[in-house]
Design a protein. Structure first.
Lengths: 151, 638, 549
């Protein structure tokens, strides 16, 4: 079982994390004073009392931007191992990472050119009637307002 | 220059391709000239290659040109390539030569036909296929050519397919040939199974490892193919019916070239026949009997072309008699001279038919010699050649065959000699009825017969245009002088024999006969021929109707056709009807429909699985996974 | 798309992990075809980003064809290298350049030459132009190439994902159609599911053998007799599931009909050819060369899967009324045939499978292109009835489809015949007589639904539709192709294309066929017929498919 020894710190960390989260919840239940009022129960503690429910549908754009962020975030993470052994990799590593960065950059360029990061009112590319089935892609406005797409 | 050999078949093929795509645009007569030019060019190339081959030392007169691998599977590898040797070049030379002449003749003969370009398209394709047959360096490619000429023969027999008899004659030729081809095909399988190759040289070099029973089977199966293609007993009736095709076709395909393919095949496989004397005897006897039956049948025909058709059957019988006797040179010799004089006779009969406005009944002709001098004289030369009157070509070639037959057994010689007598007689009958005697055609022609345009004028028979006359003259010259390529009197004069020697080896002739005996044979042959001619003259010079000499059973060709029809065709039709109505519709259909219903039913059930829900699909995936893992775990346990 | 370049980075990372920081020597020529595809893809992206006004879809199609041809040339150069100097491994033994792999490089390149032609018309008609389709196709192609040449399970997994993810997107490419999105969703969910199983298989295999390198695994198995190691066999089973999903073998096929039906039709054709090529390439390599010692275990499993695949594909296709769905099941049946070669597990079997994939790729691409044309605008009229009388309305198109269908049915004088012949022959020579018999039986069943479609096309409509002589004359592809040297090469190429092209839609029954699609179809039919009559070059080529360990 010697090989499992090296996993022990991870296991300990895992247990500690669980314990911390659990303790926090339990502690706040036990220690905090609980005197609920109607104001405290409201969705927002301050400001104007909402007249109706908040809209359930967010613009898809939020998700899109979030996804783009996550993707590029992860791409950039690749740079960390490279940076750690940069000296040993030398010129080879540099060339490789430049190729990699170029690819990532082209992707970003593509997104920008296609208006994925534009913010503001959506300009309809197609007549509304053809949009009965909305998908993520259909809300992405394209540069040139459709002449590239509508044949 | 030998390397130009690939052009020999390619030129007619190119002609075919051009005519096939642009034939209609070229029209009449340009299409015909193009086709003729292509075949003539092929002839020129053949001559060049021939000469080049001749300049080699006799031991080196064999040359293989491989083009590409046609197909292969496992250890089977079939190449496309040609074998240039004396035999194949002799065949190629006379095929392209005679074809050129007949192409030229056809330009005149088919002048008024609406399908003029199509005719030449087929003719060129035929020449290509025929050349592939004789030039191929392996059995399979030869078989390709073999089937190719069969198909062209079918197209051309049924060329005037609006006529019932032409359409059914085409079908008949096809069916009879299929029977033979089946034999050929099985022989191919057997050859590959026993020797592991299809190439002629390889196969022949491996014959030592093949048992005699297999060799006999191969030889006889190939002979079955030859029997179908070359119209021997019992598969000859189709050739008589094939006369429904245009006359140039009869001359080219059904006299000079295609029907001799079987003889060529027998000569090509001579190493096999050397090892199987029993099979060779069978071939010789079938040939002899066919020669006799064909000759007798020809005596009682009234159709100018049917006489020639049965004559062809008879002459082909002689060739097989020679091949079966081991006298391959004699077989080829007769094939060559026969190609000359029979093509001549057919073309001459074509001129006559033209002149008689499509009437083919010799009883309705007579006295044409004076009106058509060229046709008459050339036909006369053809008659003397086929009859074996010295010094015309048939005398030498047939004499060669008969001597070799004697060397095997005198009985064969007797049959052959009787047939030779009959040959001289029936051709004489035809000549007298057509060209001499009184003119029976002016009054004998029914008014309703023939084409409308001729009705008012009556007939004015005359010699045809130069397109048609020139081939007649050339062929007549060849028929008269063709015998001099192989004179038996001195070892220096047997040109053909020495030329073919590397391929077929020496014939039996030299080993068995002294010069004196040869003279004796020659004299006897000449006497037989002259007797036949004289008998014909005495019987048919004056009279045109002698029913006693034209018995019905000869007119019906010994009832072979009808007998086969009754025995084979009707019974198989009955069997086919039985299987169609009872076996097929009740049993087979029932089973098939049952299986189909079951399949459809299970399909309907199985498609239910496809619910459209991803979760179900994932479940299916997992189920499969579970089964797989369970399976491997069971394996682990065991 | 950047994810795809991650392959290079991860390859490097993998090397680093394997041997400290040994300087990797990357033989770029060994992966040149892949690099051409990826580089070309980047260029397409860049051009489309920077061009001030959108370029027509045909421009991208042309560029993609050019990239495909470039990678074809590179693949052929590699092929010559391999046949001259023998196979070799490169990039720290992660990539295996052998006859087998190079053949697939060639195949993938060919697909990438034909597929853009066939897609261009459809994309224009449906108004979904742009570079995306082609970029995704190129990425997917590079994935397939890596799958074919990979010598490491990890690389195979990465390649599998690179092959698959663009296909998911392509399935949902026509975002205006709900069914397209549905197809993409189903494909993605199930594909991710199967990928997870595949990775687990890799993990188990690694656990049992101590390596992910195929050669090392094989060496390990050769040293140690481990025919009953549960972990190893479990890993084998999971790997098989992953591959079987990718090539749509029963019972892991269930996504196929829905996805094939829902995807934009040219994407279906592309998916059917590309996923099968890549999937089978890796499947054959892993099972035949890496686990030959476990043959006793996996051959029966493949046997059962092959039988199920053959039978279900043929039988269910029989009752389909939608042509796309029918072709989907028929492609399942085809997968069964390719499995015959794997089950034989001989050199002949591998060559047979490779030959089959070669011919199948062209057939399926062409078939779906015809379906796309006939489907008309909206890509939804795929009922069988739609094909009734097509032979009279558009003879050239109908003859093209008929040739492709007959070839799929295995009619002689088409490549399809030889494809079926060689795999069945391989099965027979490996003594799998029952499997061969089943295959022949299902071929007969399959012939029924192919022929039904052919008959439908050439049966009478009942009402007369004005025939367009302009489209009818000029020769159908078949009769023009059957006469060499007639009228010169120019007419030989131009005439069939011209015969197929139908620009306007004067009658709703007449469907438009763009010159691009026509050219692609002529390519498909030409390969089908030419190699159907003269298969030797292709057979010889497929027999170069020797695997090295």
């Amino acid at each position: 079982m010697g090989s499992l020894d090296s996993y022990l710190p991870i296991f300990v960390l895992f247990v500690l994390a669980l314990a911390f989260a659990g303790l926090s919840i339990v502690a706040s239940k036990l220690l905090a004073p609980q005197r609920p009022t109607s104001a405290k129960e409201a969705p927002y503690e301050c400001g104007i009392v909402p007249a109706n429910e908040p809209p359930q549908r967010f613009p898809v754009r939020f998700y899109l931007v979030a996804m783009i962020f996550v993707i590029f975030d992860i791409e950039v993470i690749f740079l960390f191992p490279w940076a750690v052994v940069y000296d040993q990799l030398g010129r080879f590593g540099l060339v490789e990472v430049i190729v990699f960065a170029a690819a990532a950059f082209f992707s970003l360029l593509y997104l920008v050119a296609n208006g994925a990061l534009d913010w503001g009112p959506v300009r309809r590319v197609r007549p509304v009637s053809s949009l009965q089935s909305r998908t993520t892609a259909s809300t992405v406005r394209r540069v040139g307002t459709g002449s590239g797409e509508a044949a | 220059m030998i390397h130009a050999a690939f052009l020999i078949p390619i030129l007619p093929l190119a002609g075919f391709a051009v005519l096939f795509s642009l034939g209609r645009r070229l029209g009449n007569p340009l299409a015909g000239w193009l086709a003729t030019a292509m075949v003539a060019a092929s002839f020129v190339v053949t001559v060049i290659v021939f000469v080049a081959l001749f300049q080699q030392a006799p031991a080196h007169r064999e040359f293989t040109q491989s083009w590409f691998t046609w197909f292969g599977a496992g250890r089977l590898r079939v190449g496309a390539g040609i074998l240039v040797d004396p035999l194949s070049m002799t065949m190629a030379a006379f095929i392209t030569g005679v074809s050129s002449l007949i192409h030229l003749y056809s330009i005149g003969y088919m002048k008024h036909d609406e399908q003029f370009p199509k005719f030449f398209t087929y003719l060129n394709l035929f020449v290509f296929a025929m050349l592939m047959l004789v030039l191929a360096d392996n059995f399979v490619l030869s078989f390709f050519g073999w089937e190719g000429v069969g198909v062209c023969s079918y197209f051309l027999i049924a060329f005037w397919f609006e006529r019932d008899e032409a359409a059914s004659a085409g079908k008949k030729a096809m069916i009879f040939n299929r029977i033979g081809d089946a034999g050929f095909l099985v022989a191919l399988f057997l050859i590959f199974e026993r020797t592991g190759s299809f190439e002629y040289t390889t196969v022949f070099s491996r014959l030592g490892h093949v048992g005699t029973p297999s060799l006999v089977a191969i030889a006889l199966l190939l002979f079955l193919g030859a029997v179908g293609k070359s119209a021997q007993i019992p598969l000859f009736p189709w050739l008589a019916d094939a006369m429904a095709g245009p006359t140039p076709v009869s001359a080219l395909i059904h006299a000079a070239t295609m029907v001799t393919a079987g003889v060529y095949l027998m000569c090509r496989i001579n190493p096999i026949l050397h090892l199987t004397p029993d099979a060779a005897h069978v071939i010789a006897w079938v040939g002899a009997v066919t020669a006799f039956v064909g000759a007798t049948s020809a005596c009682a025909q009234n159709d100018i072309k049917k006489v020639l058709a049965y004559s062809t059957v008879s002459q082909l019988g002689y060739m097989f008699l020679a091949a079966g006797s081991g006298a391959y040179v004699a077989a080829i010799f007769l094939m060559l001279t026969h190609a000359f004089y029979k093509a001549l006779l057919f073309l001459g009969s074509g001129s006559v038919i033209h002149a008689m406005d499509e009437d083919q009944d010799i009883k309705n002709m007579g006295g044409l010699a004076r009106l058509m001098p060229i046709t008459g004289v050339t036909f006369l030369i053809g008659w003397f050649s086929i009859a074996g009157v010295p010094p015309f070509s048939g005398f030498w070639s047939k004499g060669d065959v008969l001597q070799n037959a004697w060397a095997v057994t005198p009985a064969l010689w007797v049959i052959g000699a009787v047939s030779a007598l009959l040959t001289a007689y029936y051709m004489g009958r035809e000549y007298f009825l057509v060209f001499l005697g009184e003119r029976r055609w002016t009054e004998a022609r029914p008014v309703a017969d023939g084409h409308g345009k001729e009705l008012g004028h009556g007939l004015h028979p005359h010699d045809p245009s130069w397109h048609m006359s020139l081939p007649l003259v050339v062929l007549a010259t060849l028929a008269a002088l063709g015998g001099f390529i192989d004179l038996p009197f001195h070892p220096n004069l047997v040109f053909l024999e020495r030329w073919l020697d590397p391929v077929v080896g020496p014939s039996l002739l030299q080993t068995h006969f002294s010069v004196g005996q040869e003279w004796l044979f020659s004299v006897v042959d000449a006497v037989i021929a002259v007797t036949g001619v004289l008998v014909a003259a005495s019987v048919w010079r004056a009279s045109s109707s002698r029913p006693a000499l034209e018995p019905r059973f000869l007119f019906m060709a010994w009832f072979v056709d009808r007998g086969e029809d009754r025995l084979v065709a009707r019974t198989s039709t009955a069997l086919a009807n039985f299987t169609a109505t009872v076996v097929e519709s009740r049993i087979v259909d029932g089973a098939v429909n049952g299986v189909a219903d079951l399949t459809r039913w299970s399909g309907e059930r199985l498609r239910r699985i496809q619910s459209g829900y991803v979760r179900n699909y994932a479940l299916g995936l997992v189920a499969g996974l579970v089964v797989l893992v369970a399976y491997v775990l069971v394996r682990v346990g065991s | 798309m950047t994810g795809s370049t991650a392959i290079l980075a991860s390859m490097a990372a993998h090397l680093l992990a394997a041997g400290g920081i040994a300087m990797p020597r990357i033989d770029y020529t060994a992966i040149l075809p892949e690099l051409i595809l990826l580089g070309g893809m980047l260029v397409l992206v860049l051009v489309s980003s920077l061009s001030p006004r959108p370029l027509p879809t045909e421009a991208y199609a042309t560029a993609t064809v050019g990239i495909g041809i470039a990678s074809l040339v590179a693949s052929l150069v590699l092929w010559r290298d391999v046949s001259d100097h023998g196979p070799f491994t490169a990039v720290a033994r992660a990539v295996n350049v052998d006859g087998f792999g190079v053949l697939f490089l060639v195949l993938v390149s060919c697909i990438l030459v034909v597929a853009p032609l066939l897609a261009a018309g459809h994309l224009r008609r449906e108004g979904v132009g742009g570079c995306e389709y082609y970029v995704l196709a190129l990425i997917s192609g590079s994935g397939a190439m890596f799958m074919a040449t990979a010598n490491d399970l990890v690389l195979i997994f990465l390649a599998l994902e690179i092959l698959s993810i663009p296909l998911y997107i392509l399935a949902g490419f026509d975002h205006l159609r709900e069914s397209s999105g549905e197809a993409a969703m189903k494909y993605f969910v199930l594909g991710a599911f199967s990928s997870a199983i595949f990775v687990y298989g890799i993990a188990l295999t690694y656990g049992a053998t101590g390596s992910t390198n195929l050669a090392q695994i094989a060496a390990f198995l050769a040293r140690n007799v481990v025919t009953s190691d549960g972990v190893l066999l479990g890993g084998l089973a999971l790997l098989l599931v992953g591959f079987a999903f990718k090539v749509a073998a029963v019972p892991f096929h269930m996504w196929t009909p829905d996805v094939y039906q829902g995807s934009p039709t040219p994407a279906t054709g592309f998916m059917a050819s590309m996923a099968k090529a890549g999937g089978f390439a890796a499947l054959l390599r892993v099972f035949v060369t890496t686990f030959p010692t476990l043959r006793g275990t996996w051959q029966p499993a493949i046997w059962v899967i092959a039988v199920l695949t053959l039978v279900l594909g043929a039988v269910v296709a029989l009752v389909q009324s939608d042509v796309k769905r029918m072709l989907a099941y028929s492609s399942i049946n085809h997968a069964g045939f390719v499995l015959l070669g794997l089950q034989a597990a001989t050199a002949r079997g591998v060559a047979g499978s490779v030959f089959y994939l070669f011919t199948y790729s062209f057939l399926v691409l062409g078939s779906f292109a015809v379906v796309s044309a006939v489907g008309g605008k909206g890509d939804e009229r795929h009922g069988l009835e739609r094909y009734r009388g097509l032979g009279r309305r558009q003879p050239a198109l109908a003859v093209t489809f008929a040739v492709l269908l007959l070839a799929q049915a295995g009619a002689p004088f088409t490549t399809g015949f030889f494809a079926k012949f060689y795999v069945v022959e391989a099965a027979v020579s490996a003594h799998s007589y029952a499997l061969a018999a089943v295959a022949m039986g299902t071929a007969a069943v399959a012939a029924f639904f192919y022929l039904r479609l052919v008959f439908l096309m050439f049966s009478d409509v009942g009402r007369t539709i004005p025939t367009h002589e302009g489209a009818a004359t000029g020769g159908t592809p078949t009769d023009t192709l059957e006469m060499p040297s007639a009228g010169g090469v120019a007419t030989l190429v131009a005439a069939p294309v011209a015969a197929l092209v139908e620009v306007a839609e004067p009658d709703p029954a007449i469907v438009a066929v763009s010159p691009w699609v026509a050219a692609g179809l002529v390519l498909c039919v030409a390969t089908t017929l030419v190699f159907g009559v003269w298969p030797q070059p292709l057979v010889d080529f497929a027999h170069q498919a020797t695997l090295i360990i």
